[in-house]
Design a protein around this ligand. Structure first.
Ligand code: SF4
Length: 183
């Protein structure tokens, strides 16, 4: 019997490769929990692309409650941090915590996340946060670095092939402002 694995998914494109890599070896359950995404219109597009992906790959999924007010409260005071800085650490913790709470409640022993597929995020920070929450909740965090073996390139190719919506910034309103300032 396959082991159940909850995979926290940050978006459809970043999940395209990880879901395919894991689905034969685990009983996978996708968990979309991304209250960092702003504005809400953008959130809806990313949620839809994740749902379309899961339907195409044949993976069950859960969409968590969208709660931007709580996310904003969690990163208060860190608004001006650069990407990969302290705000991102809080952001990972906020989202992964929701996944750990869900896993604990539903007796799922293992968790991983698609947050490691992109080179734009700090993988060590993701693993550190996952391990901290694992110690807190008693649910195993499985540190998988999906960017290995050209994972990022592969996931973008798969997403494009399926015609998934491809976002142009990380997710929060601060990353959107950064992107606009750079343009
Ligand atoms: S830049 Fe990305 S990871 Fe960092 S706080 Fe914003 S949404 Fe979260």
């Amino acid at each position: 019997m396959k082991e159940k694995l909850l995979i926290h998914a940050c978006c459809g494109p970043c999940s395209a490769y990880p879901l395919r890599v894991l689905k034969d070896d685990f009983e996978l359950l996708g968990f979309f929990s991304n209250s960092n995404i702003a504005p809400e219109e953008e959130y809806k597009k990313r949620e839809q692309s994740f749902e379309d992906l899961c339907d195409a790959v044949g993976v069950n999924y859960v969409v968590d409650h969208y709660d931007p007010d709580s996310w904003n409260e969690a990163v208060k005071g860190l608004e001006n941090e650069p990407e990969r800085g302290k705000r991102c650490e809080k952001c990972f913790e906020f989202r992964l915590r929701r996944a750990f709470e869900f896993a604990k409640k539903n007796k799922i022993k293992y968790i991983t996340t698609t947050l490691t597929v992109t080179p734009y995020k700090d993988t060590k920070m993701v693993f550190k946060t996952g391990q901290k929450l694992s110690d807190e909740y008693g649910v195993s965090f499985t540190p998988m670095d999906f960017k290995k073996n050209d994972g990022f390139k592969k996931t973008l190719e798969l997403a494009k092939k399926q015609g998934l919506y491809l976002q142009k910034y990380c997710g929060c309103i601060y990353s959107l402002k950064d992107r606009e300032a750079k343009q």
